[in-house]
Design a binder for this molecule. Sequence first.
Ligand SMILES: [Zn+2]
Ligand SMILES: [Zn+2]
Length: 427
Amino acid sequence: MSMSWTLLNPITPNNDRGIESLTSFVTRVAASHLVRTRSLLRFVGNVYSDQNAISTHWTTDVASLNGLGIVAEQTTKLIGIATGAEGLRRATFANLKNVVPSSAHGLLYRNRRICPACFREDRDCDGFVHDRLTWSFMPIDTCPAHRTPLVDKCPRCSSQLKYLAQFPDLGSCVSCRFDLSTTRQSFASPARVARAGYFSHEVEELVSRHEPLAASGLITYLNQMNALGVSFQEIAEAAGLDKAVIRDWRTKKRRPRVLSLMALSAAWGVSTAAILENPIEAAASSVRQDGVIDAIGLGAGNRRAYARTNHSEAKRILTEIEENISLYTSEGEIASRVGIKAATLLYHYGDRLKVLSEKHRRWSREMRREQTMALVTSGVNLLREWLQKGVHLKRIEFVALLMERTGCTKTKAKHAYTDALDLLSEP
Ligand SMILES: [Zn+2]
Ligand SMILES: [Zn+2]
């Protein structure tokens, strides 16, 4: 810690369990001074005679504080000076300001979101609850560590969670004081967890770079890939992007959206930061992976998995699955047959899978219908057998006998009774 005098308490961002966001840090600084968050920001702005810089936007678009625009930059600078906190740029997406469109479309989720389980962990570790920057990244809707969906409303009073709430307490609902760490959570699907894990890792790597990243790396990467024998069409296709998008990036007609960049990185097995910083090596590494376009994985955790499977192989297997759709009961099973994670499959073959699962649903509807028909036929036989003995089976007797004979459920046996009677009474 620096020994020099600071205007505000010399608090440091908490980056031990995920990088802390700027809105979270500002809130904790305000809490340490027992003042409202916005009073703190106004005060800092006044002291450094930079009133407009940080106060005009946070009233209308608070989320942008964690972004990559001028508001984020100014606030980072002033709060950094005022607290002496170093490396505060990591608390925002400022590192991407030269890379993605300045509108930052698709970057920030509008409202504050949290993971209650992370808060419990914070309490157990050092007592300081804090928001992670990754929670404000729009494509992330799940905490990969706890495999649970992020929460953006108070579970008790349903108020939206807010950035820079007047009362500086990150751990409670500002409206009803509910302790957010006690929120009950459900579990997210493996696909969502895998995606969130990949994106979290990418975000943390990008914001941790000491200098803002340059856009030129992307163009070098694309051209180098091409020089190594991969067509732009193939580059685009693997990432689920349109070829025109890749062309526009190369000609600087438009800047890449963060999500598209990450799709490219996921598809080609190198991190987004590597593409931007070391494009030549990144391209070599992308192409080296078995020397073919085998990159259909979704990030670090899947690298080994997709090394086993390349694009054409995956397509071949999907066709095979299509022909034997009746053998599969879920998308997860299909994914494990292909040998790659469900997330990967959904990510790259979402449309194809939709068709497959619709086909599967139709098939299982048909199966159910056939099973019902078979049951009713057994029921009719049963009724006939007893009629020949001169006995009209009561429903309760019929149900017991049919369950014994076919192993069906009680409900199904009851339905079969009505249907079998109808059939029997037909001329
Ligand atoms: Zn968590
Ligand atoms: Zn509440």
